[in-house]
Design a protein around this ligand. Structure first.
Ligand SMILES: [Zn+2]
Length: 390
C-alpha cells in the first residue's frame, strides 16, 4: 500500500522529465527563436492593444540583451519585446497589458517589438526568418490577422505623434521591404493573403484621437441636464471606456471647461466625488447646440467642479511652484494611481482650479500637453505645502 503510494509520484516525476527532454529535442528547437521573460519595466499604465508594431532599434550591432540592460536602468522608453541580432531570442521586457511609449499617439493601441539592428547579412537573414515566425505567432495568439500588423512608419502615419520611418530603411539595406515582411508573415500564417490595415474600431482609435481634439478654455463648462432616458458615464472619452455610472432624464451634472470629439461624439468631463475623472457623451459634433443632444446646457460654469469634493479654502486655479525636491505627477488624485512623471524643486505647473482631498493630501489637477488629466499633491490636509501658488 505505502509502497505503491510512494512509487506513483516517482513515476509522474519521470514522465515530466521525459516530456521536458522531448520538448528540448523537438525539431523546432534548433532554429526557432526562444522566448525569454526578462521584465524591465511596468510601463506607463494599462494597455488593451489591438495592433502589433515592428521596430528596429536604430542602434547598429547593439544586442537585444544589451537593450534589456539599458531598459533595466531606465525603462521610460522600454518596448514590450526585443529580438536578438540573429533572431535566436526574443526578450519579453514589458507585459503586453502595460502601456509603452514607442509610437507616439498610437501607444495606447499597440504592442511593440524592437528588432536589434544586425550589421551583417547572415545575422539579418536569420533574424528575418525568426521575426516572421514571431510576428505570425504573436498575431495568432491574439486572434489577429495581418491587418493588425504595422510598421512603426505605418503607426506614425495612422495616429501621429511620431516621425519615425523604421523598420523600412533597415529592411531596405538588406534588400527587403516592409511589404515583403507582411507577405512572409501571411504565408507563415497559411493564407498568403495580406489583409489591408484594419479599419478604425472601438479600440483601434480614430485618426482624430481625443488627445488631438481636446479643447479647454472654450466656454464649454457649465451645468448640463440629461435629456435622454439613460446616459452612460465612462472612464475615458470613448465608447470603449468602461461604464461606471449613469445619469437619468432630468439629472444635472457640472462639466469642466473641456471637451473632445471621439467615436463620433462630443465628450464632456467632470471629476467624481471620489476624485476620479469621468467622461460623458454630450451629443453629436454638430458645431453647436442641438435639440437632440443628450446633455443640454442649463447654467454657467461654477468656480469649481460641483462634483469634486472641495479642498479647504486657499487653493485656486493658477501657477504653482514646487517647493520640495521631487513631486510625483499621477494619473489620478491619490497615491494609488500610477506615477507618470515628476516635477523638481522650483519647477512650475498651471493647475486648473479643481482640488480634491484624498489620503491625507490635497490634489490639484491639470491637463498635460498630450491632453491627459494629471494630478499633483500640492500639500497635506494638515497644511504642509509641496507646491505653492506663485
Ligand atoms: Zn520604431
Amino acid at each position: 500500500m505505502t509502497e505503491t503510494k510512494r512509487k506513483l509520484p516517482l513515476r509522474s516525476a519521470f514522465t515530466v522529465i521525459l516530456a521536458l527532454v522531448a520538448a528540448l529535442a523537438a525539431p523546432c528547437g534548433a532554429e526557432a527563436y526562444q522566448s525569454v521573460n526578462k521584465y524591465v519595466s511596468n510601463g506607463h499604465g494599462y494597455l488593451n492593444a489591438s495592433y502589433l508594431v515592428i521596430h528596429e532599434t536604430a542602434n547598429p550591432g547593439a544586442s537585444a540583451y544589451n537593450h534589456t540592460l539599458l531598459w533595466s536602468r531606465n525603462g521610460t522608453y522600454a518596448v514590450h519585446h526585443v529580438m536578438e541580432l540573429d533572431g535566436s531570442t526574443v526578450y519579453n521586457t514589458v507585459a503586453e497589458n502595460r502601456l509603452c511609449w514607442h509610437v507616439g499617439n498610437g501607444n495606447r493601441y499597440t504592442i511593440g517589438i524592437e528588432l536589434a539592428h544586425a550589421t551583417n547579412a547572415a545575422d539579418f537573414a536569420k533574424q528575418w526568418n525568426e521575426a516572421v515566425k514571431w510576428a505570425g505567432d504573436e498575431l495568432r495568439a491574439h486572434g489577429w490577422d495581418t491587418s493588425r500588423l504595422l510598421s512603426h512608419y505605418e503607426a506614425a502615419q495612422r495616429w501621429g505623434g511620431s516621425d519615425h520611418t523604421d523598420p523600412n530603411g533597415y529592411f531596405r539595406a538588406y534588400g527587403k521591404t516592409w511589404v515583403d515582411f507582411k507577405q512572409a508573415v501571411a504565408a507563415y500564417l497559411g493564407s498568403g493573403y495580406v489583409a489591408p490595415i484594419a479599419p478604425t474600431d472601438g479600440n483601434g482609435g480614430t485618426v482624430a484621437s481625443p488627445t488631438t481634439t481636446a479643447k479647454t478654455g472654450s466656454g464649454f463648462g457649465g451645468t448640463y441636464r440629461c435629456n435622454t432616458g439613460r446616459l452612460n458615464v465612462r472612464t475615458s472619452p470613448s465608447m470603449s471606456g468602461t461604464v461606471v455610472a449613469g445619469y437619468s432624464y432630468g439629472q444635472t451634472v457640472s462639466l469642466d471647461d473641456w471637451y473632445c470629439i471621439s467615436n463620433g461624439y462630443v465628450w464632456g468631463r467632470y471629476t467624481s466625488y471620489s476624485g476620479h475623472t469621468r467622461y460623458i457623451a454630450v451629443g453629436k459634433p454638430t458645431g453647436g447646440y442641438d435639440p437632440n443632444d443628450y446633455l443640454v446646457r442649463v447654467g454657467a460654469a461654477q468656480s469649481t467642479s460641483a462634483q469634486a469634493r472641495p479642498a479647504q479654502s486657499g487653493y485656486r486655479a493658477g501657477r504653482y511652484r514646487v517647493v520640495v525636491g521631487t513631486l510625483n505627477v499621477r494619473s489620478g488624485a491619490g497615491t494609488g494611481y500610477g506615477v507618470v512623471t515628476s516635477y523638481r524643486y522650483g519647477q512650475t505647473v498651471s493647475l486648473d482650479g479643481t482640488f480634491v482631498t484624498s489620503g491625507g493630501y490635497v490634489w490639484g489637477r491639470y491637463t498635460s500637453y498630450s491632453g491627459r488629466v494629471r494630478w499633483i499633491a500640492v500639500g497635506t490636509t494638515s497644511g504642509v505645502a509641496y507646491a505653492r501658488a506663485c
